[in-house]
Design a protein around this ligand. Sequence first.
Ligand SMILES: [Zn+2]
Length: 75
Amino acid sequence: MTNASEDCPTCGESLSVAEMLLCLRTEDGRRVCQTVLVCGNRHAWARWADRPEETLRESPYPPHLDRRRSQGVDR
Ligand SMILES: [Zn+2]
């Protein structure tokens, strides 16, 4: 089973991976990568990279679609 063809829970558009973000996960105090996915309507969703079974949650920040500015993400 692959997760390459997920649909946006809001609008049903297919999702694609926008970026990976290293974040501090408050619930266990660990730094973990989040996969950020976006659909064609720019809805943003995130999921912990080490928890592929988990449902998508709304991304707390807009993904940096402009790749020139993808540096300096620190949260
Ligand atoms: Zn959508």
